[in-house]
Design a protein. Structure first.
Lengths: 172, 288
């Protein structure tokens, strides 16, 4: 009974480290899960982009993860930058104040609506197509000069910078 | 002659390095060397003076910004922009906070994302800074992203491209021609833009990259970020380099391992290793 208790405890021990956060593979084209934190290590499987993984630990530039492969759970290593944490909107909303909560609203906007809220603080966004797409049609249609003008329009106010510093507990 | 040259250089605001050179120039014509060696030395000195004279042509902040605008257009012929509003905002507010701690806070900085998986970042003169999507995907927290931006801001504050331009042959057209080129962009302006763009894409001097690392870590420190984040970024870059994922960066920058070695030694010298623990991964993942 005692042994069973220890066993259950051991199994659950690393759980809180990743249970509350959800992680996924963010690398474009996915990434190979390898058996050692080395470039030349043996490939266990290929993890497609956006596939869910469980974070185990970091070791320098590598992250150990658990993933489901052929209906079994496998453990292996991926380059640290390939793992992304899913943004926990609810947690951020409850934990954030001021500036940060202002930004939470950016992420909870109506997806069908034009991203007017996303223009907060950055001049020039009003005329652009918003949203998450990286190379949308609107962008391609813009000439280099227009794009250059857009870059030059990217400015933030001192108030935004101050709020950002305060929210991050950085040096004022 | 010696005193006159020293005085002239003082008035023109030369660095101590150049000033020291001025003193050595003052000595030419004397010494144990004779005949051809003497002539060669004299010729070398004349060449150096000529180079210094070219460096005298000043480039103001406004002119630098105009040059930067030209370089931005060149960058945009090679890369597409990623217009993601939230992430661009984040980059601008973070970058501006860092730039306000730099030696050139008066410049208007602009930060944008390039839609490419290459891991790289570019700093055009005047404060136009670009970070690739690949670089954003590589870093894991705000302090590491700040490290990349701080390195690029340092290229601007140290005027690395502008200094390279000032020392180039292009400046031999003379002060007035250069000033005119900035007023009404002409062939000379195009050549200067081309020169600056080449410097950006072909790479700056190794010493400039090391200097940008050293300055960058200071900016991180001033703002309160965990300054070892700069080390972590270089380690990540080294990993990527070994995986063959930083081909462009590898051509234009010294090896990350060499940069790390230099930076660690410089940090120790200046007492810059400040592990404050402020990495802000949550805020980073909120935006990126």
């Amino acid at each position: 009974m005692r042994l069973l208790g220890i066993l259950i405890f051991t199994c659950l021990l690393p759980f809180p480290a990743w249970a509350s956060d959800q992680f996924y593979i963010g690398a474009r084209g996915g990434i190979d899960l390898v058996d050692e934190p080395k470039t030349q290590a043996k490939v266990i499987t290929h993890l497609p982009r956006m596939s869910d993984v469980q974070f185990v630990r970091n070791q320098r530039a590598w992250t150990k993860v658990r993933a489901v492969y052929e209906q079994a759970t496998v453990e292996g290593w991926v380059p640290a930058g390939a793992v992304r944490k899913r943004y926990n909107a609810q947690a951020a909303k409850s934990a954030s104040t001021g500036f940060f909560s202002g930004f939470s609203s950016l992420f909870h906007r109506d997806e069908t609506a034009h991203s007017k809220t996303a223009v907060l603080g950055v001049r020039g966004f009003e005329n652009e197509a918003g949203g998450k797409t990286t190379t949308d049609e609107a962008q391609q249609a813009m000439s280099i000069s227009q794009n250059a003008a857009w870059v030059e329009s990217l400015q933030v106010s001192d108030q935004d910078v101050s709020a950002f510093i305060k929210q991050g507990d950085l040096n004022p | 002659m010696k005193i006159l040259l020293m005085l002239a250089m003082c008035c023109l605001g030369f660095s101590t390095e150049v000033f020291a050179f001025g003193m050595s120039v003052g000595g030419f014509g004397s010494g144990p060397l004779g005949g051809n060696n003497k002539d060669m030395q004299r010729a070398r000195h004349v060449k150096q003076i000529y180079q210094l004279a070219r460096a005298l042509i000043p480039i103001s902040d406004e002119e630098e910004t105009a040059l930067g605008r030209g370089v931005v257009k060149q960058i945009l012929t090679r890369y597409q922009l990623d217009h993601n509003p939230e992430q661009t905002y984040y980059l601008n507010v973070l970058g501006t906070a860092l730039a306000q701690r730099s030696e050139r806070p008066q410049l208007q900085y602009h930060f944008a994302i390039l839609a490419t998986d290459d891991v790289n970042a570019y700093a055009a003169p005047g404060g136009f800074i670009f970070v690739t999507r690949g670089a954003l995907n590589m870093v894991q927290d705000e302090a590491e992203l700040a490290a990349i931006l701080a390195h690029e801001i340092a290229h601007v504050t140290e005027r690395h491209i502008v200094k390279a331009l000032q020392q180039s042959r292009l400046m031999s057209v003379g002060k007035e021609a250069v000033a005119d080129a900035f007023k009404v962009p002409d062939k000379i302006f195009d050549q200067m833009t081309k020169f600056a763009t080449n410097a950006l894409f072909k790479g700056l001097k190794k010493k400039d990259e090391y200097a940008a690392d050293a300055k960058g870590i200071q900016y991180l420190d001033r703002l309160g970020y965990d300054s070892p984040a700069m080390y972590d970024v270089l380690e990540l870059l080294d990993e990527r380099r070994k995986q063959g994922k930083t081909k462009v960066l590898a051509k234009t920058h010294p090896r990350p391992s060499d940069r790390l070695k230099k930076l660690k030694s410089k940090s120790e010298e200046l007492g810059l290793y400040q592990p404050t623990g402020i990495r802000l991964p949550e805020r980073f993942h909120h935006f990126i």
